[in-house]
Design a protein around this ligand. Structure first.
Ligand code: 13P
Length: 247
């Protein structure tokens, strides 16, 4: 069975003090033991957040596809691991849109993570114009085909995918539970087709995009929604804790 996960992507928010206040606040809440909880702070605070967290995994929002060397401004998986993070995001729509990370580049990040035995959440999702053209399924399938589905069955087992429709991110427009379930079911059926039903059922598929306590219960109740990748609502202790308790 796919693991239930709630992950908070803090994006380029908070400073060292407010990041520590937030992680300490979340760590004090009594959370369900069957939900994997991860936070993704800005890389500069990862070490401090790891030290202040209890029972919560800490990840990085981005990492290099290179091992080390002359890559100014980049951070390697080895460096991230050395300060205690064990998981990274790959292919968030903001990296795709603002930093021109395309499917081919993201495939190299997937390969780097596999090589370094580093866990990751692979993000996918269509922009508004693609949905308006009715091409969201082929668009997301292509993102997965070109960056992720080259993995072997062993490498694909227990992976985590986040479906984040770009038009729902930070806009207050959540996908309806029907829209989310339709895409999640499709993603799982593509994994079944390409790998097997067993592998497909081991993959956690998270929803992201204006997910908040008021809509999470309905979204998380969908058979193929295994949790959420949360932006804005992850910056508030009460909202984030409620989201973790929304299954
Ligand atoms: P919001 O929850 O703020 O819409 O952001 C979602 C997101 O991009 C998480 O990675």
């Amino acid at each position: 069975m796919a693991k239930k996960i709630v992950a908070g992507n803090w994006k380029m928010n908070l400073n060292a003090d407010s990041a520590l206040t937030l992680i300490k606040g979340i760590s004090e809440v009594s959370l369900p033991s069957d939900v994997r909880v991860i936070v993704f702070p800005s890389s500069v605070f990862i070490g401090q957040v790891v030290e202040a967290s209890s029972g919560i995994e800490v990840g990085c929002q981005n990492f290099s596809n290179e091992d080390k060397g002359a890559f100014t401004g980049e951070i390697s998986i080895n460096q991230i691991k050395s300060i205690g993070a064990n998981v990274g995001l790959i292919g968030h729509s903001e990296r795709r849109a603002y930093y021109k990370e395309d499917n081919a580049l993201l495939k190299t990040k997937v390969d780097q993570a596999i090589k370094e035995n580093f866990d990751f959440i692979f993000c996918c999702g269509e922009p508004l114009f693609i949905r308006e053209e009715g091409k969201e399924f082929s668009f997301v399938r292509e993102q997965l085909n070109e960056s992720l589905f080259h993995l072997t069955s062993d490498q694909m087992k227990n992976r985590v995918i986040a479906y984040e429709p770009v038009w729902a991110i930070g806009t207050g427009k959540t996908a309806s539970s029907i829209q989310a379930e339709d895409m999640h079911l499709s993603i799982r059926s593509w994994i079944t087709e390409k790998y097997s039903a067993e592998i497909a059922s081991s993959v956690s598929i998270l929803y992201g995009g204006s997910c908040k306590p008021s809509n999470a219960k309905e979204l998380f109740a969908c058979p193929n929604v295994d949790g959420g990748l949360i932006g804005g609502a992850a910056l508030d202790v009460d909202d984030f804790s409620q989201l973790i308790k929304s299954f």
